[in-house]
Design a protein around this ligand. Structure first.
Ligand code: GLP
Length: 247
């Protein structure tokens, strides 16, 4: 696991955007896994600013979002589809057919999960997956207790995750379920970039840095992957512990 600390959130966002932009320039047909949440907002803003100056920046890029709520239409203000339109897709020249988000309104969610796995595989797998970090250690919507060998599946959202995501659901309760890439789906990605910012993430980062692996802390599965880059700002980084540098 390769750790990089930044003085503040803006610098972290710049660092993450650099990795993203380098990847789409090196391989214009690259397939990427993308997160939602507050953490990637700065990264998306920088990507949009950079690509608005370039012709055909996202033309053939293929993206797969990590997760989506179950039971809300995609044009609902709280859906991750809306989030991605607002922060990335609506501002760059990505083809709608190349943007993939699990369909939380599918009549058969199990079939939808299997379809999502197949479409990642038929895109040749993910070159880089970008991740945020839940304060309880969740990645995508894989809550504590999720097996490390899980594939795309339906999850029951924890109360703390529902509370953390309540801001977009003023007119109705936060959904109780979501579809998420599984931990094994994420680990299949050839590279993983995890971003964590702010004091709220300090405990989770301390636990991740300890190197202790366990289902109670889903992000610890990343220690089993050979190519993980963690970007952390100083607020999320508590002093006094040397990070483990081996895998
Ligand atoms: C949600 C998302 C995760 C995200 C997490 C952290 O639960 N499903 O993918 O990483 O929130 O969000 P934030 O970046 O806002 O702290």
């Amino acid at each position: 696991m390769n750790w990089e600390t930044f003085q503040h959130y803006d610098a972290l966002s710049e660092g993450a955007a650099r990795i993203f932009l380098d990847a789409i320039r090196a391989d214009p047909k690259v397939a990427l896994g993308l997160p939602t949440g507050n953490t990637p907002l700065g990264m998306y803003a920088r990507i949009v600013a950079d690509c608005s100056r370039e012709y055909r920046c996202f033309r053939d890029v293929v993206v797969f979002n990590l997760d989506e709520y179950v039971g809300i239409p995609r044009d609902h203000p709280g859906s991750y589809f809306t989030f991605m339109q607002r922060h990335l897709f609506g501002h760059v020249d990505i083809e709608a057919a190349n943007t993939h988000i699990p369909n939380g309104m599918a009549p058969d969610l199990k079939v939808e999960c299997a379809r999502y796995e197949r479409s990642i595989a038929s895109a040749g797998g993910l070159a880089i997956t970008f991740l945020g970090l839940g304060s309880n250690g969740h990645i995508a919507f894989n809550e504590p207790g999720t097996p490390f060998d899980s594939r795309t599946h339906v999850v029951n959202l924890s109360e703390s995750t529902r509370r953390a995501n309540a801001a977009f659901f003023v007119d109705q309760p936060v959904p109780t379920h979501a579809i998420t890439m599984g931990i094994a789906t994420i680990l299949d990605s050839r590279q993983i970039v995890l971003m964590a910012s702010g004091a709220k993430k300090r405990d989770a980062i301390t636990r991740l840095r300890s190197g202790t692996q366990g289902r109670d802390f889903p992000a610890s599965a990343l220690w089993t992957h050979p190519n993980v880059h963690v970007l952390v700002d100083e607020a999320a980084w508590s002093m006094g512990m040397a990070p483990r540098q081996d895998k």
